[in-house]
Design a protein around this ligand. Sequence first.
Ligand SMILES: Nc1ncnc2c1ncn2[C@@H]1O[C@H](COP(=O)(O)OP(=O)(O)OP(=O)(O)O)[C@@H](O)[C@H]1O
Ligand SMILES: [Mg+2]
Length: 150
Amino acid sequence: MTDTITSLEALTPSDLDAGTVFSGTPSGKIVRGFATAMAFTPVVDTKYIFHEHSRDLVVWFIGAFDPLYVFGPCGCGKTSCIKQLAAKLNYPVFEVTGHSRLEFPELIGHHVVRNGNMEFEYGPLTLAISLGDFFSAMKLTCWSLPPLLV
Ligand SMILES: Nc1ncnc2c1ncn2[C@@H]1O[C@H](COP(=O)(O)OP(=O)(O)OP(=O)(O)O)[C@@H](O)[C@H]1O
Ligand SMILES: [Mg+2]
């Protein structure tokens, strides 16, 4: 876990040309990314097709970092779109699979015993927020929602 924090802290922000990154043709539009990938950066899928709808997400990446909620029918490509954009820009992605008994510590972290000592292990939400000004995507798949949330 210390390695993860160290790797996150070592990420170097980088201004990339959106056109070069996504289509191979320079556009002059700067999009913020990181100079290198790390363990949580998705792998580029060479077969992935950036369709027309990905443009909206690229614009969001270029603009202010307001929270983004992506929704759509099962299997329509929400996760892969986010992950492939992140892969191109070297953003780490932290994934959480939602379930009806999901508890807050699973998101923020909890204490674990390691080598006879208690250590706090950061959860995906805490790790994502630790990137400060920068964004990292956290996928929360909500299946089997408890009745109160439906
Ligand atoms: N633009 C694309 N190019 C190539 N493959 C794609 C594309 N969009 C989606 N796929 C493929 O379709 C499948 C479903 O995509 P994905 O898992 O991203 O959907 P989802 O909307 O996140 O699904 P769920 O609602 O189940 O979470 C995956 O195998 C993914 O690789
Ligand atoms: Mg998904």
